[in-house]
Write a protein that binds this ligand. Structure first.
Ligand code: 1DF
Ligand code: MN
Length: 383
């Protein structure tokens, strides 16, 4: 007898919550020990990769600069000297070996891959345009080789918004990639500037969500973050990225592009926590004419944004975000290779949510937002 997926999953979680009787439990344990086959589909949505051409170019860039902006420090250490976290570099450039093995080991069905931060955004325009194309080609190749294991977010070069829009179109229409990624500012510029509108126009028209991934604070923001390594993912990444997202909201971007979808990692980079106060205090900005927006900031956040759980394994924060934003707006992520896979899987396996909610977090929302074929369809297409 084949165990029905839904029954199996329900049984496993009831076991976790202690709801099953002792007599019924061994059957479920045996099924769980059998591994990934019967388990709930797990799509991880902030999974980094790179390609040797880009790690090489970043390494050269790092060796030419003495900037004390953390992104440049990263290029000098991780890339140029290979001294710090060189293991991460190997893992970034590996798509088919250790990555798949770690995914299998922990029951991760799919990585939604994105070119690791800072992407192509620190290169000169021509280099950025051509390396984004190359990364997207290589990404499409990985998805073609393993369509049930990989999906991909396309990169583009914000340095040239018109050509960025062209590459976005190629990535969705020809390469069939699943959305887009960008790592906050480019050359210290934020995308509320109307010169970046072609990028958002393309994303909306192509129905491709843009994942705004962090990078270190821009030069004009970085000073108070330079002590205690605070430019890092500990604090600076989130402040940089949430500030960027707030600029997009307050600029009225989502009145111009009402169907645009933006994804933020790290449980929304702190914005969910602030929403009440942002609504309350932005009323003054609007009435003073300093910002022109039709809706409350929280209304855009719920309509135009999704968040992922990358790097925040706190069930209280998850519960709050579900209650505040709605279960449709949250997706699971690991942040491979920067975060270990096991604890991220365990966090979502055991999160105190209903099984219907867990399915949305683990795969349904990602399937919807990133145009990933549901499992039944993917299997049918392969046979
Ligand atoms: C780090 C963290 C690096 C994240 C990342 O890409 C990254 C880190 C360079 O801690 O060095 O994506 N993160 O998303 O938290
Ligand atoms: Mn990340």
């Amino acid at each position: 007898m084949k165990l029905n997926r839904r029954e199996f999953i329900g049984g496993a979680s009831m076991l976790a919550s202690g709801a099953l009787t002792a007599a019924a439990a061994p059957v479920v344990v045996a099924a769980a020990a059998a591994g990934g086959a019967g388990a709930m589909r797990r799509i991880a949505t902030e999974e980094a990769f790179s390609i040797p051409e880009i790690t090489q170019a970043l390494s050269e860039l790092g060796s030419q600069s003495d900037s004390n902006n953390l992104d440049m420090i990263l290029l000098r250490t991780m890339y140029a000297r290979g001294a710090v976290r060189s293991g991460a570099l190997t893992r970034l450039n590996d798509l088919y070996d250790e990555r798949l093995r770690i995914m299998d080991e922990h029951g991760v069905d799919m990585h939604l891959l994105s070119l690791t931060a800072p992407g192509v955004q620190m290169f000169d325009t021509e280099t950025a345009v051509s390396l984004a194309r190359l990364a997207n080609d290589r990404l499409a190749e990985a998805v073609a080789r393993h369509p049930t294991r990989f999906a991909g977010l396309a990169s583009f070069a914000p340095q040239d918004p018109a050509r960025a829009a062209k590459e976005m179109e190629r990535a969705r229409r020809e390469l069939k990639l699943h959305g887009f990624v960008v790592n906050s500012h480019t050359n210290n510029e934020y995308y509320d500037d109307p010169k970046f509108w072609p990028i958002f126009e393309a994303a909306e028209a192509l129905d491709g969500a843009i994942y705004i991934h962090p990078r270190a604070p821009s030069d004009q923001m970085a000073d108070p973050f330079r002590v205690y390594n605070m430019q890092s993912a500990m604090w600076g990444y989130g402040i940089e990225t949430s500030t960027h997202a707030m600029r997009l909201i307050m600029s009225g971007l989502f009145d111009r592009f009402p169907k645009l979808k933006i994804v933020l990692g790290h449980m929304g980079e702190g914005i969910p926590y602030w929403l009440w106060r942002i609504d309350h205090m932005s009323a003054a900005s609007v009435s003073l004419g300093r910002a022109k927006i039709k809706l409350k900031p929280s209304e855009y956040f719920k309509r135009n944004f999704l968040i992922t759980t990358s790097g925040v394994e706190d069930p209280l924060v998850l519960r709050y975000c579900i209650d505040k934003l709605g279960i449709d707006n949250i997706m699971w992520a690991i942040d491979y290779p920067y975060q270990p896979t096991g604890p991220a899987v365990k966090f979502m396996n055991e999160a105190p949510v209903s099984e219907a909610e867990r399915a949305q977090l683990f795969h349904r929302n990602a399937e919807r937002v990133f145009h990933i074929a549901p499992l039944g369809d993917a299997m049918a297409a392969r046979s």
